[in-house]
Design a protein around this ligand. Structure first.
Ligand code: ADP
Ligand code: MG
Length: 310
């Protein structure tokens, strides 16, 4: 009853229309109350976010559901522009190969929002693949699912800008979903790219050459990153074969962006993994074409993986 009264008070405060006596409070399933969130463990952290597993347990008897909660790393200070945008974008997306938005939680009295998503128990491909013997057919099935999720994202005119194994989440051994929309941008109808000069750390080893040189992010630059993600999947995300490691001089400082651009301009690319079939090697090469117009689309890639799988 106290909870109901509290809720009614909140509704009345937010919507003066509900102040009439016959109005019943509407419980919004997308609003999560901090007091019912029980922290279980950390799931991972990236650029400015951290993700934690919570049990949402309003009945307070351990029967609640597990949810993944993404929040900003430094809770005080300024809120990056991208943060609210990330929540808004995920809210709009609805696809079987994209992590599902569940709701928001606003700290009591505070302004910082937390993003509540479905929890994917097997973590990212980066955690999942090295520990298991995943055969080629399943690697290609994951690749196809990534293409399906990305094709959907592109039809909604969003470029992801951070497609990588660390941002692909694993539901079970037959299903992966794309996550981390922290860098995602909308490309208005009629435009081709989003231009940005990033300060700070960027995932440069996943970036297409035109992103490094001119800060031009397009549907085609996501295709390049997909090629790198495909490389990661086929090398089972083994740290010693990671694209990052490959391009670094061991023991010396990591190579500069200038040096990386020079390498790519000389048409040097990541090596094709040994176990990679010829058709997949061709796909990888097309994804890394220096000319964005020559790269495939996620629609054509979905079809290509389907054909390879048959
Ligand atoms: P960042 O923007 O900081 O990179 P991510 O959204 O990529 O944050 O999340 C960081 C890590 O947390 C991921 O690489 C993954 O290991 C883990 N993670 C994120 N979302 C989930 C989820 N819904 N279920 C399980 N693990 C997750
Ligand atoms: Mg991430």
């Amino acid at each position: 009853l106290t909870v109901l009264r509290e809720l009614t008070d909140i509704m009345i405060k937010r919507h003066p229309d509900f102040s009439t006596s016959e109005a019943l409070p509407i419980i919004d399933p997308h609003v999560f109350h901090k007091r019912h969130l029980k922290r279980m463990r950390d799931l991972g952290a990236g650029h400015f976010g951290k993700v934690t597993l919570y049990l949402y347990d309003p009945a307070n008897d351990g029967t609640g559901e597990c949810v993944a909660v993404k929040s900003l790393k430094q809770e005080s200070g300024h809120v990056p522009d991208g943060w609210i945008e990330e929540i808004k974008i995920l809210k709009l997306l609805d696809h079987g190969n994209i992590v599902k938005y569940k709701g928001c939680c606003t700290e009591l009295g505070g302004q910082v929002m937390q993003l509540i998503m479905e929890y994917l128990p097997l973590g990212s491909l980066q955690e999942y693949l090295p520990k298991r013997k995943v055969g080629l057919p399943r690697c290609l099935m994951f690749a196809q699912q990534i293409c399906q999720g990305m094709d959907y994202l592109h039809t909604k005119r969003y470029v992801h800008r951070d497609l990588a194994a660390r941002n692909v989440l694993v539901e079970n051994d037959r299903l992966v979903k794309i996550g981390d929309f922290g860098l995602t941008k909308y490309i208005p109808e009629g435009e081709i790219y989003y231009r940005v000069r990033e300060e700070g750390a960027s995932p440069v080893y996943w970036y297409a050459i035109e992103c490094l040189k001119e800060g031009k992010f397009s549907f085609s630059s996501d295709i390049w990153s997909f090629g790198v993600t495909l490389y990661e999947v086929l090398t089972h995300c083994e740290p010693r074969r990671s694209p990052l490691y490959k391009e670094m001089n061991v023991g010396v400082a990591p190579m500069t962006v200038m040096a990386l651009i020079e390498l790519l301009e000389r048409n040097r690319r990541l090596p094709c993994p040994n176990e990679c079939p010829h058709a997949v090697k061709m796909i990888m090469e097309q994804c890394w074409s220096g000319d964005p117009a020559k790269r495939p689309t996620f629609e054509s890639l979905t079809k290509a993986f389907q054909d390879i799988g048959q």
